[in-house]
Design a binder for this molecule. Structure first.
Ligand code: TYD
Ligand code: MG
Length: 453
């Protein structure tokens, strides 16, 4: 009969329903999940046995102690650093820079006085050494292992006692006890669960790297999100140098931080003034270009939204967005036609966010709509104007979150005018605002439509 608390006599825990078992079985007798049992270490089982019920008032308070990794952008995302014994999952598409990031992080930790064991089950030690040469990561207390078995990795950890263990990647390591092939759902889950248990028992911070594909079809990070303490995601467009480190889940702090990096020949370099970077190559006085103060997490970022319209050559005009949601573009074109009298039926519409950034937030509605109008009429907004606001189906312009921060950043970068929703808070002194209640009001107030149309 399965019990709920791991004990010495029932050391196997089901990763699916948490029932415990005396012996390893292929299928959990409690929830019928296949290959979900993981052996819980004896030390943890003892801890679980001793754990008593306590009033919350008698528990120690205070934030979890973090140990800085030494890499500023990573520490910013993690709220100061990694918590000993915590497990972090770093997800991202293949080739985006996860191995580069982890090697740099390992080097930073070692420079800050730590000892790191980096398990590279994907690449040979030789390949890692080559990269380390390039990244300046050849350091005394950075240890490499090429093992693919979790048992062997833990044996190395026993000997070295690292304060940070990095496993690159969780899809290529395996548990000897599990007969499934590496990368299979049961192996990925089993390895992660075992590493979580060991990390907690040893107080060793652990970073697991996991691949995600665009459609998320590979067994991987999605499967593990609930098992780990923190989930980071490294994203970016492979044709651009910008990489963003986002916090998807964080048990020890906030999840609205982002780290920004530029991928260069010598590794990832933190970007200190991203807005300036995105606007550096902006051409003056071009129709179809509108600057949006967007928010990445709680970090304001100025990006350029561009639109181009041309006469459609087929019966079905093209709607081609890049870095923007296609459904959002379609919706805005419909609203423009019905609520602002801008007829786009016979035109191909191209829209893009410059710099490889993806903007999913509704705050991009108004700038995108105005960029399309500007591209259609050939009139431009002016170089010192930013636009922000959500557009509803009725053509109304709605308030968006974080307006103060967006306007502050716009002002800092020398923009003098902002087109904002009517209900938005007051801007910082020195920034003129044009408040608009509807899309057609915005089109008129900005002079994008010739008078009399
Ligand atoms: P990598 O870290 O191997 O990606 P992942 O582990 O996510 O699959 O790096 C991917 C790309 O980054 C690689 O194709 C080359 C590029 N790169 C640089 O541009 N500069 C560098 O210093 C390094 C190490 C890699
Ligand atoms: Mg890699």
């Amino acid at each position: 009969m399965p019990t709920r608390t791991a004990t010495r006599t029932h050391p196997y825990t089901c990763g699916s329903c948490a029932a415990t078992h005396a012996k390893w079985v292929g299928r959990c007798t409690s929830c019928s999940a296949w290959n979900a049992l993981v052996e819980t270490s004896a030390s943890l089982a003892t801890v679980a046995q001793l754990g008593a019920v306590q009033p919350i008032t008698e528990l120690e308070s205070g934030a979890a102690t973090t140990v800085p990794t030494g890499m500023a952008e990573a520490d910013r995302c993690l709220g100061g650093g990694m918590v000993p014994g915590s497990v972090t999952l770093l997800g991202g598409e293949p080739g985006i820079g996860k191995s580069t990031f982890t090697l740099q992080l390992a080097a930073a930790r070692v420079r800050a006085g730590g000892r790191v064991l980096l398990v590279s089950a994907e690449e040979s030690a030789f390949q890692v050494r080559l990269r380390a040469d390039r990244l300046g990561a050849v350091l005394e207390d950075l240890w490499l292992a090429g093992d693919a078995s979790v048992e062997a990795i833990l044996a190395h950890a026993d000997r070295l006692q690292p304060d940070l263990l990095i496993v690159d990647s969780v899809q290529t390591v395996h548990l000897a006890a599990d007969t499934g092939s590496p990368g299979s759902a049961s192996q990925v889950r089993g390895c992660a669960q075992r590493l979580v248990v060991e990390a907690k028992a040893r107080g060793m911070a652990t970073l697991l790297v996991g691949h995600v594909t665009k459609d998320g079809s590979l067994a991987g990070p999605k499967l593990l999100e609930h098992v780990v303490d923190t989930v980071l995601e490294l994203t970016g467009d492979r044709h651009h140098a910008l990489r963003m480190l986002r916090v998807v889940k964080h048990r020890f702090g906030r999840t609205d931080e982002v780290g920004l990096f530029e991928m260069r020949a010598d590794g990832l370099l933190s970007v200190d003034d991203p807005s300036r970077l995105f606007l550096a190559d902006r051409a003056p006085d071009v129709a179809g270009s509108v600057v949006l103060p967007t928010l990445e997490g709680h970090r304001p970022l100025l990006v350029e939204v561009q639109a181009l319209v041309v006469r459609a050559t087929t019966q079905h005009p093209r709607r081609s967005p890049r870095g923007l949601d296609p459904r959002r573009l379609a919706l805005l074109l419909a609203v423009l036609e019905r609520r602002a009298g801008v007829d786009l039926g016979a035109l191909d519409v191209y829209a893009t966010v410059v710099g490889g950034v993806h903007v999913a937030e509704p705050a991009a509605d108004l700038p995108l709509a105005l960029a399309v109008v500007s591209a259609t009429t050939g009139r431009h907004l002016g170089d010192d104007v930013v636009v922000v606001g959500e557009v509803g189906l009725g053509g109304e312009v709605r308030q968006v979150a974080g307006m103060e921060r967006r306007l502050q950043e716009s002002h800092r970068l020398g923009f003098r005018k902002a087109v904002i929703p009517a209900s938005a808070p007051d801007p910082p002194p020195g920034l003129e605002v044009v408040r608009v209640g509807t899309l057609s009001e915005a089109v008129r107030a900005t002079g994008l439509m010739p008078p009399g149309t």
